[in-house]
Design a protein around this ligand. Sequence first.
Ligand code: SIN
Ligand code: MN
Length: 207
Amino acid sequence: MNGEHRQQPLLLGGFEIYQNWLNVDMQAGLIEAARNVAAAAPLFRPETRFGKQMSVRMTSAGHWGWIADAGGYRYAPRHPSGVEWPPIPEPLIEIWQVLTGLERQPDSCLINFYGENARMGLHQDKDEASFEWPVLSISLGDDALFRIGGTERRAPTQSVWLRSGDVVIMGGAARLRHHGVDRIRHGSSRLLPDGGRVNLTLRIVEA
Ligand code: SIN
Ligand code: MN
């Protein structure tokens, strides 16, 4: 981490992008932590409300995890298999504290895995009870073309490549901006031996 000399973030559409914030050892540790979560609560492919499978595979840690099926998009206290979500790995809580300065801790960590052809359409994060808290997003593995729009769906967008070790804070007036991942550059990072990208987002879901 870059905790001692506070790095100035790149500001794009109100999102704060801390480029290369996590060193390679930290990145590898977080991949290991994500693997442990997925061993207990396996990655699954969420379904849109139209019954179509998303290209991203997901799981979660914390009191709440995100699920999507014919019943809609929502936070749930259990994995679709019925097991409880594992606790949020401690290093993630530290990153949250250093970068947000908040006393309140996240109660959810979404884990997204992007294989070669995975993407995520433009969306807002609005299933949380309150939008006063930021969402902190960590990129690991392959580069991702990240698109940032406005609070209105049709607002103009801008794009930035997120790389392994980058941390983005989506908060304040930008909290409800649309965002998505157009594509990844498969094999651009060696963090995961078979390529792919892991995105971790820390959130406060409960009121
Ligand atoms: C998300 O919006 O939940 C994921 C963003 C990302 O993968 O960078
Ligand atoms: Mn999102």
